[in-house]
Design a protein. Structure first.
Length: 368
């Protein structure tokens, strides 16, 4: 029998139960993951998973013992997740999720730009409001967008930690056209681009240093700077609209009975959100664990961070985490706001307990 690799090797008791479940689901036709990372109560599994290429992590599975491990797996881009002790159905969902990773995946390859000759023209591409979008969709999703963009314009490119893309060649017209098409096809709200030409320094700076020096100095925004927008938030299971969200403050008053939410302050990869309109002005916190939801029991709604909801599917780290958060918020009688919900995620979200608020591609967008 072809046994799936377990990392790190678990204790005998855990191994027997896990190996039996894995054998059962694979013999039943489930796709085989690249490996199963076993949460042993330490960080060893996370360290070992982090050492693997991004493509391999997307096809891996974590057997998690805590919500903290699900959050770590989501940050690492691990494709599937199941709880310990293992169950047949949970393992089947996890293996299925790991077999169909979402988004274009490419490992960091900054060495590519160092191969360029001095004087080579480069277009440096990154995102406006980067701090917000890193919290809203996460670095992996932003890198995926840059990868798709580089493939669309068919330019040699390096995807860099920031995230940013160094695309070889002069001119930005084809990049802007491709980005417009890409953003329209995704249906989801996408950030504006920031772009700047960079000429490889012929002195002792080196290519990579020239690129990062440009990023640190600031890259001009390209696109509709300052054009206001807002996207709807709907309640499930009723389907009614409850409010709007935007990445910047909105001066206009919302329709009667609706509210506006806009980011108020950032704390790492999470935002506090300011509410106005149909509710008294409040600042809403985001929650990643059941304990944090309990701490928000006096608030009218709890929001799951946008990056934590990326790739939400049955059997994914985001899917398991969303269910745990929904169970906690439902117990308190507080709605859970899950952002970035696409059609695939909606199938899982509709199965969650309690009242759920959603935004994203699955929610019909209205004109401002």
């Amino acid at each position: 029998m072809n046994v799936v690799r377990l990392v790190p090797p678990p204790s005998d008791g855990v191994f027997e139960g896990l190996a039996s479940v894995i054998e059962g689901v694979i013999s039943g036709g489930a796709p085989e993951p690249s490996w199963v990372a076993v949460d042993d109560g330490t960080e060893r599994w996370a360290v070992m998973a982090a050492e693997r290429p991004a493509v391999e992590r997307a096809e891996g599975v974590v057997a998690a013992a805590s919500e903290h491990s699900l959050v770590t797996a989501q940050k690492l881009g691990i494709g599937g997740a199941m709880w310990l002790p293992p169950a047949h159905l949970g393992a089947m969902d996890a293996f299925e999720a790991a077999s169909s990773p979402s988004g274009a995946i490419r490992d960091f390859d900054p060495v590519v730009v160092e191969l360029l000759e001095p004087g080579t023209p480069i277009q440096l591409v990154t995102f406006a409001e980067l701090e917000f979008w890193r919290a809203q969709v996460g670095d992996r999703a932003l890198r995926s967008l840059l990868t798709e963009l580089a493939e669309a314009v068919d330019r040699p490119a390096a995807i860099l930690p920031w995230p940013a893309a160094a695309m070889v060649g002069e001119g930005a017209g084809d990049i802007l056209d491709a980005w417009t098409d890409l953003a329209a096809a995704r249906l989801a709200r996408c950030p504006d681009l920031e772009m700047a030409p960079v000429v490889v320094d012929s002195g002792d700076f080196g290519v990579l240093k020239s690129v990062y020096r440009c990023l640190l100095d600031g890259v001009p925004q390209t696109g509709d700077d300052g054009v206001p927008w807002k996207d709807p938030v709907h309640e499930l299971p009723s389907g009614r609209q409850v409010g709007w969200w935007t990445s910047a403050g909105c001066d206009e008053l919302p329709e009667e009975g609706l509210w506006y939410a806009a980011p108020a302050s950032v704390n790492g990869t999470r935002y506090d959100w300011g509410f106005s309109g149909a509710v008294d002005p409040i600042v809403l916190r985001e929650a990643l664990t059941s304990v944090e939801i309990d701490e928000c029991s006096d608030e009218p709604v709890v929001r799951m961070p946008g990056w934590a909801a990326q790739g939400l599917r049955s059997g994914s780290p985001a899917g398991l985490l969303a269910r745990r958060l929904a169970e906690s918020s439902s117990r308190l009688g507080v709605p859970l706001w899950i952002p970035n919900v696409d059609r695939d995620a909606l199938q899982e979200v509709l199965r969650l307990p309690g009242t759920i608020w959603v935004d994203g591609p699955a929610v019909p967008r209205k004109e401002v």
